[in-house]
Design a protein around this ligand. Structure first.
Ligand code: TRP
Ligand code: SF4
Length: 400
């Protein structure tokens, strides 16, 4: 019904590192060639956890955008914008908040997880509870059908689907739709009517896709239905007569887990990162001093790549020939660790040199980036306004 469209956002909360590149941005670069894409700076989302330190957000917004461009995100292919410059996100969030059951938000796993993990932050706010719903608004306002996210964010896309369904159910009907639909159900005959109702409830309340398919099949094989009734019954199954907001799917990012310099997940809070656009000297030093297999104390001790974070880097940066050389040389003590690290250093340095080069024009002339973002915001805003027109219409909020 709607064109394919990808949407994703990233919070501006500090410098980006290789984890962001291999975990997120590389995937965006691939997607932008395949679909119309919208990528945005989720500055309001950053406020939900950093409202007491907005300076960090302010400082990070433009740097993060330069990092995106450095990584190969291409403004000629994808629309890049800043969430707060499209205030319609807030309007849709507000309207959705009227009909989103509190329990749906309290049940989102990140709600309790983050409160437990980020103990130094005050997360008992209205904004933090509502942040997955703000994310739903971000997605639904562009009628995006594909949302590339990490595993932890999948429940947010699920919530978005439920919210869209509920919205369509509440506001997507012709006058008297419900009654007409119920009349049509009666015409199915008591046995089929009962089954149809059961399947419909399973789908609209529990999101059971198999039930939806089964009900659709049931309608398909029912012969004595008028065209109008048939359409109503298909529409009623999906919660309403008209689809105003489209249900998105999560596009699970292939898990290219980027380990940090110490083998743990790469993360700013662990201090084990290599930043995007980092200088050659500093990259070289970080990799030279990074941990290796602890059992390999002396040069003559054989090692085990499976116990070495450097090997994880080879898995990302090296081809089969180099990997073979590492496996053989490490296990036989034929190569030293410094030698083994050199191809990784070379690859990371080359990658970051290319990124610095790509970023150079934007660093030299910040106006260039400002223009790209102004364009992107304008394009995004048009799409958002189209959706909001339908949303307001369906809710009866266009007083004319
Ligand atoms: N919540 C995401 C995060 O914290 C960022 C985000 C905000 C997002 N809105 C989105 C991602 C919409 C995908 C789609 O990382
Ligand atoms: Fe790690 Fe390479 Fe040293 Fe083996 S040779 S321990 S893989 S750095």
């Amino acid at each position: 019904m709607y064109a394919e469209r990808v949407l994703s956002g990233m919070r501006p909360t500090g410098r980006l590192h290789l984890g962001h590149y291999h975990g997120v941005l590389r995937n965006w670069v691939k997607l932008q060639a395949e679909y119309p894409c919208l990528f945005f700076v989720a500055d309001w989302h950053a406020l939900t956890t950093n409202y007491d330190d907005p300076r960090l957000i302010e400082e990070s917004v433009w740097d993060m955008l330069v990092d995106w461009l450095a990584a190969g995100v291409d403004p000629a292919q994808a629309t890049l914008f800043i969430q707060s410059r499209v205030p319609e996100h807030a309007e849709l969030h507000l309207l959705l908040s009227m009909m989103c059951p509190l329990g749906w938000l309290e049940r989102v796993p990140t709600y309790k997880d983050q409160q437990e993990k980020l103990t130094d932050k005050d997360l008992s706010t209205y904004g933090f509870l509502g942040y997955p719903l703000l994310q739903s608004a971000d997605i639904l306002i562009y009628r995006a059908d594909k949302v590339p996210v990490g595993e932890d964010q999948v429940p947010h896309v699920e919530l978005t689907r439920e919210v869209a369904r509920r919205f369509n159910h509440l506001y997507g009907k012709e006058p008297g739709f419900e009654e007409k639909a119920r009349d049509a159900i009666r015409k199915l005959g008591s046995k089929r009517a009962k089954l149809y109702e059961e399947l419909r409830v399973r789908y609209t309340q529990e999101g059971d896709e198999a039930a939806l398919e089964q009900a659709q099949a049931l309608l398909e094989e029912t012969q004595n239905l008028s065209l109008g009734d048939r359409e109503r019954l298909y529409g009623y199954l999906e919660g309403g007569g008209k689809m105003i907001l489209a249900e998105p799917d999560a596009l699970l990012t292939e898990a290219a887990r980027m380990p940090g310099l110490d083998g743990q997940k790469m993360s700013k809070s662990y201090g084990n990162t290599i930043f995007l656009r980092e200088e050659t000297d500093s990259i070289t030093k970080k990799i030279r001093t990074m941990q290796t297999d602890p059992a390999r104390v002396r040069r003559t001790d054989p090692g085990d790549p499976d116990k070495c974070p450097v090997w994880q880097f080879h898995l990302i940066y090296s081809d089969d020939a180099v990997r073979g050389w590492v496996q053989e040389g490490c296990r036989s003590a034929g190569i030293g660790c410094i030698e083994c690290k050199q191809p990784v250093i070379d690859a990371v340095v080359a990658e970051q040199n290319a990124m610095r080069e790509r970023a150079q024009p934007y660093v030299e002339d910040p106006g260039l980036l400002r223009n790209i973002i102004a364009d992107g915001c304008e394009r995004a805003r048009k799409l958002a306004q189209d959706t909001m027109r339908d949303v307001r219409d369906s809710m009866g909020l266009n007083y004319g």
